[in-house]
Design a protein around this ligand. Structure first.
Ligand code: EPS
Length: 373
């Protein structure tokens, strides 16, 4: 239904994203797309590159007077730091980065051509496309946010907060964290890591509210919604694990403590008191909020370097450093939102049709009426 492609290098001329499959008739707010790009650049612990770039999207195709026409959207984000041809060769690959495996795979004599594309800079194009997918979801009253739930071993205590409370707490946060007391400690951990010329990972959580039951399917392995969400979150640079709902903890518990018991009331219909499943059962949305977490390893460019080997001389050396983020978990969360919005947009169009937004809305409303019976 929806397809994405991105192109562009970290220090090339520009990043480009293409989104195919958007129905006709959706108003695209360019300011919203730019705000999403800005959110990706924020967060305490970001490096000096973010001082250079001020990412803005130019939508080159697929719109007339700001409204989609069913043809592919292409989005361009210029790199202010366009310097790729002048940048030095990198002979000392960074452990944890794509450098070494990329050199071996493509037969390069240095890591520059690898890191230029493997860099998380590419994710700016995905965030721009994801912003468009978010606008599609908003036509169906779905809302999506991400927040940081752990950095440097410091956990945010947000389990008792509603979607609205989390969103409210994020508005003036420096780390996109809804627990101000924990955020303070996380910032201290980032400062400690900076002082030690080290880096930190963490965990972000994506929550989607207003998802109807029945998106995705159990009938085939590659139509399972949780599998698709896991795939796209795992595709975010530095993410090494994905959790849906309380997946990790659930593995240790009795079934009676895990499964979200089904209740009924006339006003609410079928509902649950708990959401350990993270809104997905049998590969389908079940009507509760969708909750997915991405576990991010620390950034692999450490200012103090790590032990590695010069690919020409084979001598032991320290790994490459130019500049680096200390921690970019808040940014990874914004990318997570974009990717989950893309997946939900896809299953939404799969179920309710594509092409024209009014047709899709009619199908959607008829389905909601059936669910209420
Ligand atoms: C990034 C741009 C990069 C890095 C970072 C993320 O810019 P530069 O390499 O010019 O400093 O700040 O890239 C990585 C974490 C990475 O592994 O390459 C961005 O736009 O997000």
């Amino acid at each position: 239904m929806l397809r994405i492609l991105t192109a562009g290098e970290s220090h090339g001329e520009a990043l480009v994203g293409i989104l195919e499959g958007m129905p006709a008739g959706v108003k695209i707010d360019n300011d919203f797309v730019n705000k999403e790009l800005q959110r990706r650049q924020e967060g305490y612990g970001r490096g000096d590159r973010m001082k250079i770039e001020k990412d803005t999207a130019r939508i080159l195709s697929g719109l007339i007077k700001g409204v989609t026409i069913g043809s592919p959207l292409s989005i361009l984000i210029e790199n202010k730091d366009f310097s790729m041809d002048k940048l030095p060769d990198i002979k000392n690959p960074r452990p944890g980065h794509a450098d070494l495996a990329g050199i071996l795979k493509y037969g390069f004599d240095n890591a520059r051509p690898v890191l230029e594309r493997a860099s998380a800079r590419e994710s700016a194009a995905r965030v721009a496309i994801g912003a468009v997918a978010k606008l599609l979801l908003s036509e169906f009253n779905m809302r999506i946010l991400s927040h940081v739930v752990m950095i440097g071993g410091v956990e945010a205590h947000t389990a008792s907060l509603s979607f609205d409370e989390i969103e409210k707490n994020l508005s003036d946060s420096r780390l996109n964290c809804a627990d101000r007391a924990s955020e303070k400690l996380m910032i201290e951990e980032i400062d400690n890591a900076r002082e030690k010329k080290d880096t930190l990972g963490g965990i972000f959580e994506v929550i989607v509210e207003g998802v109807p039951a029945g998106l995705g399917s159990y009938v085939q392995y590659d139509r399972r919604l949780d599998a698709e969400i896991a795939r796209v979150i795992m595709s975010i640079p530095a993410v090494k694990a994905v959790e849906i709902g309380n997946g990790c903890e659930s593995a240790r518990k009795l079934g009676s403590k895990v499964h979200d018991e089904i209740l009924y009331s006339k006003s609410k219909g079928m509902y649950r008191k708990t959401n350990n499943a993270g809104g997905i059962e049998g590969g389908m949305s079940n009507g509760e909020d969708i909750i997915a977490r991405g576990y991010m390893k620390p950034i692999s460019t450490l200012m103090k370097g790590l032990n590695t080997v010069d690919i020409d001389t084979k001598e032991a050396v320290k790994s490459a450093t130019e500049r680096s983020d200390i921690c970019s978990v808040p940014a990874a969360g914004v990318i997570g939102e974009a990717m989950v919005a893309f997946v939900l947009g896809n299953v939404l169009l799969e179920k309710f049709g594509g092409d024209n937004i009014s047709d899709i809305k009619k199908n959607y409303e008829a389905y909601l009426r059936r669910l209420k019976v």
